[in-house]
Design a protein around this ligand. Structure first.
Ligand code: SF4
Length: 444
């Protein structure tokens, strides 16, 4: 991270260097340790707060190919038996969690199937998984069942089967519409499959369909990005999520950079990526969409909620299940084992799958909620006073003033609003709100 003056990072983010840009959580993951696993397992033995929403995240770590920009835990070489063993382990893990005092008596408010590629599973495997999970925990009345797809893993029947399983939010990982860009980045699908998926999904009955795009993939050009925006507009999905390409250390792109002795990633610089997202936001606003966060535009904000994101950023409890998943139990963060063999083995022998954990202080919880909600582009100080007894506008006065003077945000009464410029670079602004000892910590 750059040094700071008055809370404002000194260096403009120019060329894309390796490292994590996106702030997914707080405190940084590298502070969660194996020595503190007991804090999570103990927490599961205490009653959860029934007034706090409870969610379930299920990680499906299989993909057809590994994208060059991918930093997730994924496997591309597993057979049917491996997958069955993994699904059995996930079901067993959820059964076990469902019997803990923390979960007993509570129903799930939201469920998220992420990966990896949940749609890599066959319809039969999906039915098996859903049946097993439903037998373990109740999600009757859940506000959202979200499910990530890679377009090339779908066929018309499967799309309808996913809807019949109760999925309410289908998310299509399109990333780019151009076959050359998809190929250069080692993405498994091609534009033909995007076209098919987009033709099948709307008639299947999902409450909402999201498409994911990435601004600044390797090989991206201004002309192609313009075409991507046009194609996305033609599809008219309920939500469009646009990430700015980052190059974390555990990606193929970074491995190649290291081998070639390069410090700068072969992708557009940050100002260009920001501009591309700004152009997309402008085009969608002109078409009647609304900017709902630093990464999303939605067609109808009254109808289209993203329960998983909003609940999580508001401190909801979440059971993170499957290999390398992240979970939150009140103030306790945890992450599961990150090798699939180890994960399955631990669950099969009836042990906890948790690998590392940490308990947040009240101050860390307050900061977590503050930085995550900044990504929505707007927050009120009142909930922080009510929940934590902290006036965040006083607590962060110097940094907020510096950002306001730079035109990145404004404060009126109880409400803080990021300007478009601030919103488009919000992740790089957040580190200034971290506790000093967390600002230089590697985010992995
Ligand atoms: S599809 Fe997603 S999870 Fe799978 S390799 Fe590509 S980026 Fe990673």
């Amino acid at each position: 991270m750059a040094g700071e003056t008055h809370g404002l990072p000194v260096a403009e983010l120019g060329k894309t260097e390796a490292g994590n840009y996106f702030v997914a959580n707080y405190p940084p993951f590298s502070l969660w340790t194996p020595e503190r696993v007991g804090e999570a397992t103990d927490r599961l033995q205490t009653r959860g707060d029934p007034s706090n929403p409870l969610g379930l995240y299920v990680h499906i770590p299989f993909c057809r190919k590994r994208c060059h920009f991918c930093y997730f835990k994924v496997y591309t070489d597993r057979n049917k038996d491996d997958i069955r063993a993994y699904l059995d382990a996930v079901i067993a893990e959820v059964e076990r969690l469902g019997r803990t005092p923390f979960v007993e008596g509570r129903t799930l408010d939201f469920v998220y199937f992420g990966g990896g590629t949940p749609s890599y599973l066959s319809t039969e495997q999906l039915r098996y998984l859903f049946d097993g999970l439903r037998g373990a925990v109740s999600w009757e009345g859940a506000r959202e069942i979200a499910f990530e797809c890679e377009p090339g893993t779908l066929n018309e029947k499967k799309v309808h089967a996913i809807a019949q399983l109760g999925v309410t939010r289908l998310s299509l990982g399109i990333e780019n519409f151009d076959d050359d860009v998809l190929e250069i980045n080692n993405r498994a699908h091609r534009s033909r499959q995007v076209h098919d998926a987009c033709a099948w999904a709307p008639s299947a009955g999902f409450e909402q369909i999201n498409i994911d795009l990435i601004a600044g993939m390797v090989g991206e050009t201004p002309e192609n990005w313009r075409r991507c925006i046009e194609r996305a507009l033609e599809m008219a999905p309920d939500v469009v999520t646009i990430y700015q390409m980052e190059v974390p250390f555990n990606t193929t792109i970074y491995r190649d950079m290291r081998e070639q002795g390069r410090e700068i990633a072969p992708v557009a610089d940050w100002p260009t990526k920001r501009q591309w997202v700004a152009d997309a936001f402008d085009a969608f606003e002109a078409a009647g969409y609304h900017v709902a966060s630093a990464y999303t535009v939605v067609k109808d904000p009254a109808r289209t909620k993203f329960v998983y994101r909003d609940a999580l950023w508001d401190g909801a409890d979440m059971l993170g299940t499957g290999v390398s998943s992240f979970g939150l139990l009140g103030p306790v963060h945890y992450q599961n084992r990150h090798r699939i063999e180890q994960y399955v083995e631990e669950v099969e022998r009836g042990a906890s799958a948790i690998y590392r954990a940490m308990t947040m202080t009240d101050e860390e919880r307050m900061i977590r909620q503050f930085v995550l909600q900044m990504k929505l582009g707007r927050l009120s100080r009142r909930p922080f006073i009510e929940r934590f007894g902290v006036d965040v506008f006083d607590r962060f006065a110097d940094t907020l003033q510096a950002y306001a003077q730079s035109g990145l945000l404004s404060i009126e009464g109880d409400v803080l609003t990021l300007s478009r410029e601030g919103l488009l670079q919000v992740d790089r602004l957040l580190h200034a709100f971290f506790l000093p000892e967390h600002r230089e910590v590697r985010y992995a």
